[in-house]
Design a protein around this ligand. Structure first.
Ligand code: ADP
Ligand code: MG
Length: 226
């Protein structure tokens, strides 16, 4: 599904040049659940942002199925994100002024999904993560674990080809973190492709493949039981 070839990402400021990613070659198959690990600053979020087309590589190629995303203009990438990707962030990133069901629905409005179908899909996504009873609340009225479940509902409501999660349990206590991992593992078992950054070895063990990064490079990639 995904092929990264020779991906580099440099950040230049006036005085310093940081190599966030260096010569990344990576293939991800449909249906995989990949955990990305490594010390702070090693490039995990940069890798996820490039996979999510929120950031562009300085050089190298990113192919998604038959499409070379590297050459697409921003409008094409925006359409790609809307149609194929779901994001889950450490800090939930729900819109505070909208209710939970409105947060989950927003992406479907951008996709011009008809109102009745939107309602059905929003209800199904909220049900899926056990947050339906909080549909009319605003995010600040929910616990962190509930907000992250709502964020997962928002990520899956459009039936994305790929779910990207950057430290999804990083702001949660052990029990809520475990619930989020249960949901992600179940989504993967049902066929979702997931790439997740985590600092937790036990959470990484729930993935079917682990990638270790160091100083902008992939230093280890292990599939199967770890
Ligand atoms: P991780 O998620 O593994 O902690 P990041 O991908 O966020 O690491 O960062 C990798 C490296 O790139 C770090 O050295 C970081 O300081 C640098 N970096 C990330 N984003 C920027 C940016 N917008 N401008 C300059 N340097 C950045
Ligand atoms: Mg990070």
């Amino acid at each position: 599904m995904i092929t990264l070839s020779g991906i580099n990402r440099l950040y230049r400021t006036d005085e310093i040049e940081t190599t966030a990613l260096q010569s990344i070659d990576l293939e991800i198959e449909r249906g995989e659940f990949v955990a990305v690990m490594g010390p702070s600053g090693c490039g995990k979020s940069t890798l996820l942002n490039i996979l999510g087309t929120i950031d562009r590589p300085s050089s190298g190629q990113y192919r998604f199925d038959e499409t070379d995303l590297t050459g697409l203009p921003e409008a094409g990438l925006a359409a790609f994100r809307r149609d194929h990707l779901g994001y889950v962030f450490q800090s939930f990133n729900l819109i505070d002024e909208l209710t939970i069901d409105e947060n989950v629905e927003l992406g479907l409005i951008y996709r011009k999904v008809p109102r009745q179908e939107r309602r059905a899909r929003v209800a199904a996504a909220m049900d899926r993560v056990g947050i339906a009873h909080r549909a009319r609340h605003i995010p600040s009225q929910l616990s962190g674990g509930q907000q992250q479940r709502a964020a997962i509902a928002r990520a899956i409501v459009g039936d994305p080809a790929l779910i990207l999660a950057d430290e999804p349990t990083g702001n949660l206590d052990t029990e809520n973190g475990a619930q989020i991992m249960d949901i992600l593992a179940a989504l993967n078992a049902e066929g979702s492709t997931i790439v997740m950054v985590t600092h937790s070895p036990s959470h990484a063990d729930l993935a079917r493949r682990r990638i270790d990064m160091l100083d902008g490079r992939v230093v280890l990639s292990v599939r199967g039981a770890i």
